[in-house]
Write a protein that binds this ligand. Sequence first.
Ligand SMILES: [Zn+2]
Length: 187
Amino acid sequence: MPTNILALDIAGNPFDWIPPQEAVLYYAMGKVAWELGERELLFRGGFSRSGVQSRILVKPIIAVAGSEIMARMLRKELPLGHRNHLLFKRDRYTCAYCGDCLTHRELSRDHILPQSRGGRDTWMNCVTACLRCNQDKGDKLVHHFRPLLYVPYVPCRAEHYLLSGRNVLADQHDYLSARLPKHSRLL
Ligand SMILES: [Zn+2]
């Protein structure tokens, strides 16, 4: 699986995982303000008249200058949606009711305020639950069931990108980890 590039705004705030090909475009347009990381990915472009092929070296972390990037960053929300893998990672694959630590297949999403009562798919209304606890809880409210062993929270941007990244390189992991709040369960 190809490694994605961690794109930052010029202040160093992460705003997206982008495919390397998109990073190449930013390099070609001269929009990479600064870059970080040990590894380099080499991309080859077209040939000049003298027969020299262009080469672009892409670093794993790049800061991209440009107002359109800022606009995109502001538009980009970090919702939970239906992505259970993000929820389970946030909760360290641990059932919020019995504390069992399980695999993805043995876990489910529990709505603290049940969907039948208007509960929504938000970070604050969802916790990880094992299948048995989820079934036992059913449509009950949490105070009619069992106390939560941990509280839900909305991941900050750095956490969100750690949760959503695939094949995260050590450089990228270190960069994001350094920006996690103290309460983060990803530390
Ligand atoms: Zn459980």
